[in-house]
Design a protein around this ligand. Structure first.
Ligand SMILES: Cc1cc2nc3c(=O)[nH]c(=O)nc-3n(C[C@H](O)[C@H](O)[C@H](O)COP(=O)(O)O)c2cc1C
Length: 197
């Protein structure tokens, strides 16, 4: 299947220069090193989503990479939202949220919905099941909150998916505080999603 991004050998990653590794035995510590915690968690490359909901008569959005698939049957997705974030209160209030997987050319939204609003930027939304969804995303889903779980200074929201869609677009990637796009992709026809998943 042809791709709109450069294809290369999966065994040919670009290695950054090797620096010293950092370790921290956190057991028994009152306070952990927050910078190291962020670096460790940021070592896991992710896509970037914008969680959306309709609150106070307007669409609201928050950039999040703590997103994952939950269950296949019933169809559930999972996001983790800081208790101090405005979105936390909105989700408690509305009980519905959208997850929008950003495309590589939507990087401006990642900052816009993470507390660094871009003047004059007016993202286009469409509404499904009373949930605003970002137009132009790689994938979007609208869901109803099915469960909430405490997670320290965050809450895990489980959403029952009411609507979903995806498009053949290149996703935005987040790793250790920086944004990028996939340089190499393995053809989906060669690597089918296992049926048990
Ligand atoms: C790439 C990226 C990923 C983020 N992931 C999350 C996340 O999963 N959960 C979360 O609560 N905040 C996350 N944030 C931080 C929020 O987007 C940010 O704190 C936002 O400003 C909170 O909204 P508020 O300022 O309107 O309260 C992320 C930020 C970025 C840039």
């Amino acid at each position: 299947m042809p791709n709109d991004i450069e294809r290369g050998a999966a065994s040919d990653p670009v290695e950054p220069p090797r620096g010293p590794s950092v370790t921290s035995d956190t057991a028994g510590l009152d306070r952990i090193d927050l910078a190291l915690f962020r670096k460790v968690m940021g070592s896991f490359p992710t896509g970037v989503t914008v969680i959306t909901t309709q609150a106070g008569g307007a669409p609201r959005g928050m950039t999040a990479n703590a997103f994952m698939s939950g269950s296949l049957d019933p169809p559930l997705c999972v996001v983790c939202v800081a208790k101090r974030a405005h979105m936390h209160g909105y989700l408690l209030q509305t009980g519905r949220f959208g997850v929008n997987v950003l495309a590589h050319d939507q990087e401006v939204y990642a900052g816009h919905f993470a507390g660094r609003p871009v003047a004059g930027l007016a993202p286009a939304f469409k509404t499904m099941h009373c949930v605003p969804l970002l137009v132009g995303s790689v994938a979007s889903m609208a869901s109803e909150v099915a469960a909430r779980h405490d997670c320290g200074d965050h809450t895990i929201f489980v959403g029952h998916i009411l609507f979903m869609e995806c498009a053949e677009r290149v996703p935005l990637v987040y790793h250790r505080g920086g944004f990028g796009a996939l340089m190499q992709i393995i053809d989906r026809e060669e690597v089918p999603v296992p049926e048990f998943w």
